[in-house]
Design a protein around this ligand. Structure first.
Ligand code: GLA
Length: 352
């Protein structure tokens, strides 16, 4: 049985599901927040490298403020003034970052107990019912997050339906460090983001409504950039590096690519979402992580595929409203490329 009791939080028991495939990928997912707790990938020598930051205990996840690996919802990122108008009605949301809402509110999806359903050794689904009025959002929402290992990749698929029109944007908030979690900053990781534009924000991190080209700015990541150049730039001091929403350009190829300092492991992120929040974790506080690791600022990169932040208050942004009776589906694929995985591929040809 690849599910075990992991711990307890005030809401109840937390379970952990382990998925594993023949290429050597291994993922551990918690029912609390449908959280990706670890993602092990074979490195050049075939040793497993855990590339996700996480904690050892359920209590640390419950008390954590950084959304490590969590499924985020109902609405990823921020809703300005924790308020919006929809179909002639005003909705007031739970405000958990000053007067704004961040990542669905105090008890957003990242702090809920999801129902785990193990489909196979490579696939598990987590279900959650978010009641009408949850954190202020309209309508009951039935949500599902599916984790599936496919060759060199982890696919996360989301489905949801609602009893009333509601803003919806779900993401996964994993912190990636391709040198292995606990190996310090990601300063010499290289980052590429296929985005011609981004959405500038005000001092409270709420979009101004502008969609601005990246050309000629530090946010032009269309060619690979070393991560530390971003947090060393005075222009990005307010966000301590990147904490920006990039408008994905679409087309062939991944939305974002992250490459380890040794160049021997890369992560390619592909998605059907219109945008990605790229966060170089400048505000990640010094804290204890899994297996005695110590985490701190810039120890990871988050690639949060999402709708445009605060879309519900910006008619000029693509709509992020789920209408009742409709099925909302979205998916993001995290594909790893590297020497160790090439060995894995050969092994698979022999054993299949
Ligand atoms: C997102 C936000 C950041 C920060 C992290 C969580 O990336 O954009 O500002 O809140 O989540 O710590």
């Amino acid at each position: 049985m690849n599910m075990r009791l992991f711990g307890q939080v005030p809401e109840g028991d937390v379970y952990e599901v382990t998925l594993e495939n023949r290429r050597g990928l291994k993922a551990r997912i918690l029912s609390l927040g449908a959280t990706l707790r670890s993602l092990e990938v074979p490195d050049a020598e075939g040793n497993l490298r855990d590339v996700i930051l996480g904690y050892d205990t359920a209590e640390e996840y419950w008390n954590g403020q950084s959304y490590l690996g969590a499924a985020v919802g109902r609405f990823a990122n921020r809703i300005g003034g924790a308020c919006f108008f929809l179909n002639g009605r005003e909705y007031r949301l739970d405000a958990n970052e000053g007067r704004n809402q961040l990542h669905g509110g105090t008890y957003g999806f990242s702090r809920r107990l999801w129902m785990p359903i193990v489909k196979s050794g490579q696939e598990a689904v987590f279900r959650l019912t978010s009641p009408d009025g949850d954190m202020g959002f309209p309508g009951q929402l039935d949500a599902e997050v599916c984790y599936r290992l496919e060759g060199n990749a982890l696919r996360i698929s989301y489905r949801a339906s609602a009893s009333a029109a509601t803003p919806l944007s779900m993401t996964n908030h994993s912190y990636f460090n391709l040198a292995g979690h606990g190996s310090g900053t990601v300063g010499t990781h290289k980052l590429t983001v296929r985005a011609d534009c981004y959405t500038p924000t005000d001092t409270e991190m709420i979009p101004t409504g502008e969609i601005r080209p990246v050309a000629g700015t530090l946010l032009d990541l269309r060619d690979p950039v070393e991560a530390e150049t971003l947090w060393n730039a005075p222009e990005l001091s307010r966000t301590r590096g990147l904490d920006h929403n990039f408008v994905l350009s679409g087309g062939e190829g991944p939305a974002a690519v992250l490459t380890a300092p040794d160049g021997r492991l890369s992560l390619e992120v592909s998605t059907d979402c219109p945008a990605v929040q790229v966060y170089t974790a400048g505000f990640l506080e010094e804290q204890r992580g899994k297996d005695g690791a110590v985490y701190g600022p810039h120890h990871a990169v988050c690639l949060e595929t999402q709708a445009f932040p605060d879309a519900v208050n910006h008619p000029e942004f693509p709509s992020a409203i789920l209408e009742p009776g409709r099925l909302w589906e979205s998916e993001t694929v995290y594909r790893f490329e590297g020497a160790g995985l090439a060995k894995g591929r050969r092994a698979q040809m022999i054993y299949l």
